[in-house]
Each structure stands twice: as C-alpha cells, then as structure tokens.
Design a protein around this ligand. Sequence first.
Ligand code: BES
Ligand code: MN
Ligand code: ZN
Length: 496
Amino acid sequence: MPFHKAEAPADAVPIFFVSAETWPQVRADLPAAPAAFAAACDFEPTPGRLLILPSAEGGLAGVLFGIERKDAKARDPFLPGRLATSLPSGVYRFANQPHDVTLATLAFMLSSYRFTRYKKKDDAQAPELCPPEGVDIERIMRIASAVEFGRDLINTPANDLGPDALETAALKLATRFVAKASVTRGEKLLQMNYPLIHAVGRASDKAPRLVDFVWGPKDAPKVTLVGKGVCFDTGGLDIKPESAMLLMKKDMGGAATALALAQMLMDANASVRLRVIVPIVENAIAGNAMRPGDIYPSRKGLTVEIGNTDAEGRLILADALALADEDAPDLLLDFATLTGAARVALGPDLPPFYTMDEALAAEIARHGMQANDPVWRLPLWDPYDKLIDGKVGNLCNISAGSFAGSITAALFLRRFVEKAKTWAHFDIYAWNPTAKSARPEGAEVQAARLLFDLIEARYGCKAKVNEPNDNRKIVRRVGFLDDDSDEGSAFDDLMP
Ligand code: BES
Ligand code: MN
Ligand code: ZN
C-alpha cells in the first residue's frame, strides 16, 4: 500500500524526554496545571518512567518520559520503544530529542511488533507517531520491515514453516526484487554435490534443499550471505532432551537473518552484487537418519565424521560455505543458531562473531554499538583447531572435549572458507527470552541491522528518494506471513 499524505495534525500530543539534568528546565516550561499534576504524582525523571499529563479539558496535554542522563554509564537508546506499548491511542510527536532520535523512532516501530498469525490482536487502538524531524523515516521503515519479516519467520512453528515453506518465503523475497533464484532439492543435492546437506535433511518427509539467489549488477562488489536453515532441530538420533528441543523452531534463525538483511539491502538498492545461500533442512529422526559414527564426503572434498548428529548446523553450512566460497566473494557473512556454548559464554543478547580480518572486526564492533545491535568478537583460536581433526575422516563435527564449543564450531566452518576476500561468522541466538524495550519476547533478528549499516557505509545505497514525509504517522504493522498480498513487506500501513 502506498504511503498516505496529510497535514501533520497541530494537536499531536507532545512527548517530552526528560532526564535528571533536563527535567528542571522542562518542568519550568510546562503550563501550571500539568506541572502541578506531575508534582502531585511525585514524578521523577528515572529511565523508563512515563507520565501522561491531562489538559484542563480532560484530554492529553503531553507525555513525560524519563531517559538516562547524558553521562550515564549505560544508556538504552531503545528505551523510548516502551512508548509504543504503553501509550493510549492517539497521535503523538517528539517535543524534544531523546539520546538518539533515529534509534528511538526505530524502537517505537520494533516495539509494536506482534506475532499475530495464530491469535489476532486488536491493533486499532495503537498509538501513532509523527516521524520526528531529522530522521530518514523511509530508511527506518525499511529496516523495521525487514526485522519484522525475519521475526515472523522465526516465530512461525515448524508445522507451518518446514523446509517447503521456508523455501517459498526465500523465493518470494527473491521474486519481489527480481533476483535470479535456483533451488536444489532432495536427491538432486547428491548429484549436485551437497552431500552434507542431504545427510542432515534426508530423514525428514520434507526434502532437504538449497536456495541460492543472486541480485544486482554483476560487476558490483560481491556480498554473499549464508544462513543456517534448520526448520526444526530434534538433535537427530542424538536426540535432545525436551527442554532443549522446545525452542528448536528457531533453528532457522540464521536463514531468517540472512533473508532479513537481504531484504534491507535490496529494498535500499545497495550498490552490491548480493548472493544469498540458504541450506534448508529439518534435523529429524527416522530409519534413514544419519548416525553417530557415519562418515560423509563434503562439497569441498574433505570427509566429515559424525561425532554427534546434533551438531548438524555446521554440516549444512560446510557445504553452503564451500559453494559461497567458489566465486571468491568480497564479503562473505554467515549466520547460524549454531551452539548452546555461545549462550553460555555471552548470553542471549550478545551474539559472538568470528573473523580473521582485523579491520572488518573493528567495523562490525563499531556499527554494532552505533546501531544498538551489539555483537562481541571471539577468537578463531588456532591452537584449538586440531580439536576438530577426525580420527578416520578429515574432520569431525564435534570437538574432542566440551570446552570452547562456539569457537570450535567456528573453526569447523573456517575449514570450508578459502577464497573469500573476507569472512565473518555470527553465532546468533535469534530469540529474546524476556521482553525488553523494542525487543519483544520471542523471535529476534540479530546482527542484520549493524551489517546493513556496514555494507551501506562500505559500498553505498541508491535508495529511491521519496517525498518529504513529516506529515505521516507510524502505526502498527500487519504481519508478513499473515497476509497473502504480493506486497510482502510490513509497515505498508503508514496512515494519513
Ligand atoms: N541448534 C543447536 C544450537 C543451539 C541450541 C542454539 C540452543 C541456540 C539454542 C545446534 O544444532 C546444536 O544442537 N548444537 C550442539 C552442538 C554439540 C552437539 C557439539 C550444542 O550446542 O549443544
Ligand atoms: Mn543441533
Ligand atoms: Zn541446530
């Protein structure tokens, strides 16, 4: 749906961001009645505190929202996201600047995400925000829309998002941006030399497959994204206990991240030749499942011993990365919900990343902080590399010993990357165990926003410039997977 245009309403309710240092001045500037009301409510400008100020007629005169002091040790630029879930319906505007107006606006949008596929929410009463001055609202909308697309994919359970449905979602995205796509399915994977993808996915009644699409001019810098697409991870014959299996619909979070980042880049018309490779399987249990002790060839030629059928992500990524590496991309990025060990090390909110490229590592860390999409570098520690040597095959999919599980998984992947000019691997969690502002409980897209910024900074984007937008309001979205319209993107409901 195209964007609507209308005059910005003069009566949009002002939101005042206040910190301990700015509150005295804001309070002094308030009309007497709301100032007295704030005092009567014992309002303190602590971060996250919200107070709605009544007008003399009983309407909404304004909103006070506490944020951190400028010099606070920790500031959450997404804190204003709480407004989207706490305010009554109506049209609002920022009366002054939060710490980061772009991230505050993005937070407003990311906060209002709801997974509505199975339980409809009445969103008619959602608050609306006039795009604040000085923000690139089109860019924010594109980012938010892609994040929501990724979240919807991750939240959708495996009975509705098996390998066939994930393939369809990837192809729908490719089609929308006129990318050239191909799919290799089932036994064809063996003919085309993807033995590991086949071995992992063959026990499911939904065939394993590899989706590969290419977009953009041939001569532009080559950026290739690879994502782990395990639609459900039972563990295989090394079956997971129930508590560990419960969340395993999210084991295609890497694929969802790659697709979300691809949507951001294509939607912004990034000046790159983008390639997206997603190996898609279900790690299921059946008589024909791969077994512990089996040895398989890989696309690259290295033989791989199966030490544990639950270390399946690195197997499918090995073949996908080998393929990605063949055309020597300038930048190769992979995303995977690869190890529980990454969570033990850094927790759910801070995915580790790995790269040999010092300059890229610094860029990733910087953009992560700037975009409030934090990641933390862990080392590809050479002395641990021998831990994944195989006894009978070239390498084994689990390491000898249980230490440094995220590092040894990354070292396993590294054995399949040779020609790429630079490579980074992200061991993501793809899930918010508890809700935080702009990070609702459930699916999360991690590292895509920071990498969109990085790729835009490196190679540039030629997004279409739209008309001035300061007279539109941001309202809640419609679900990507809920609606059957061709317009796959959420946030097409900017209202007058
Ligand atoms: N998908 C899991 C990793 C995972 C578990 C990510 C929980 C996020 C949350 C992966 O396939 C797996 O099972 N990894 C094993 C590897 C082990 C068998 C070497 C793990 O981390 O326990
Ligand atoms: Mn597993
Ligand atoms: Zn897995």
